[in-house]
Ligand binder design. Structure first.
Ligand code: FES
Length: 158
């Protein structure tokens, strides 16, 4: 079965469940679609919404909010904490610098498509503020150049 056939098969399966479609069902559908392609593109969002009877904006919001769902085939996720404790220690400035250094677009994807940059209100590590998270690991007190160096070092290994 090729990729298109696998996707059609998944859509068909969920279409039969449309009458009982809840947000959890939509999330499960999006997860299955991601397994086929590695990420969820705009066309998949439209079709998933149509199949389950939700508006596309609902599916789009779910993809943005669920950490396990990816809207693009990026390699690393960088989360900057913009909560009060981290902002007071410079994370808003750090966020601006990272956006500029990585060439991040309006969807949070870097110019080289390897990095997804997003924010969170608290990483539950306030005592060590300012904090960021890279691929699920929390780091404290890093500046923009240190973060870019970490991401660049990884690039050399690829
Ligand atoms: S405000 Fe940043 S970890 Fe809590």
């Amino acid at each position: 079965m090729n990729k298109a056939e696998k996707l059609d098969d998944i859509y068909s399966c969920y279409k039969e469940m449309r009458s009982a479609a809840s947000q959890e069902v939509l999330v499960e559908l999006l997860r299955e679609l991601q397994e086929v392609q590695g990420f969820i593109d705009a066309q998949m969002i439209e079709r998933a919404a149509a199949v389950t009877g939700f508006k596309p904006v609902v599916a789009e919001t779910i993809v943005k909010r669920y950490p396990s769902l990816k809207a693009a085939p990026y390699k690393h996720k960088v989360v900057v904490c913009t909560g009060r404790n981290c902002s007071q220690k410079g994370n808003h400035i750090l966020l601006s610098k990272l956006k500029k250094s990585l060439g991040v677009d309006k969807n949070g994807i870097s110019k080289d498509k390897r990095i997804y940059l997003t924010t969170v209100n608290c990483l539950r590590n306030c005592l060590q503020a300012p904090n960021i998270m890279i691929d699920g690991i929390v780091y404290s007190g890093l500046d923009c150049s240190e973060i870019c160096d970490m991401l660049a070092e990884d690039k050399k290994k690829i």
